[in-house]
Write a protein that binds this ligand. Sequence first.
Ligand code: GLN
Length: 194
Amino acid sequence: MRSLTTIGILDVQGAVREHADRMRAVGADVVLVKHAQDLDAVKGLILPGGESTTIGKLIRKYDLYEPIRSRIEQGMPVFGTCAGMILLAKSIHQQDDVHLGVMDITVDRNSFGRQRESFEADLNVAGLSGDAYPAVFIRAPQVLAKGEHVDVIATYDGHIVGVRENSMLATSFHPELTEDTRLHAYFLAMVNEA
Ligand code: GLN
């Protein structure tokens, strides 16, 4: 029997359990990543939503920053959702510091205004077949600018909210907060093709 692909979920803050449940539902093995050695078994990594400044501090505190960054640079597929997208970005609008700085995007944090702190929208996502995808946004970022090798996979109201650059995937919304597992299956396929 073919063994299951092991996906890591960064476990320092945020919607960790939900991502783990969705990844298991699409047939992956899951490892919660709290220490650098947890990355050894992992073929792909999810960076969950939460608060990017806090997650950025915690990955440095737990000595995860360099190991995660170097694995991504070596080609390990990664999926950043909401704060996870911010962690991946090479540039953050009106902020000097960045976190992992690996993905060629500029993000704007909390980009949909106070009235729209949290909302749902049905989006067409490139690469997913079937119905529109029910996207949940919570104090979500948007992508203001992107490099030429970054593909837009989803927009909301003209704003870029889903991107892929080679083996890096990022969404402004929270795919772990819906029952729809198509984006987790899409990421698992990316990992299996890598
Ligand atoms: N607003 C958060 C940040 O800037 C992200 C919100 C989320 O992940 N739901 O880090």
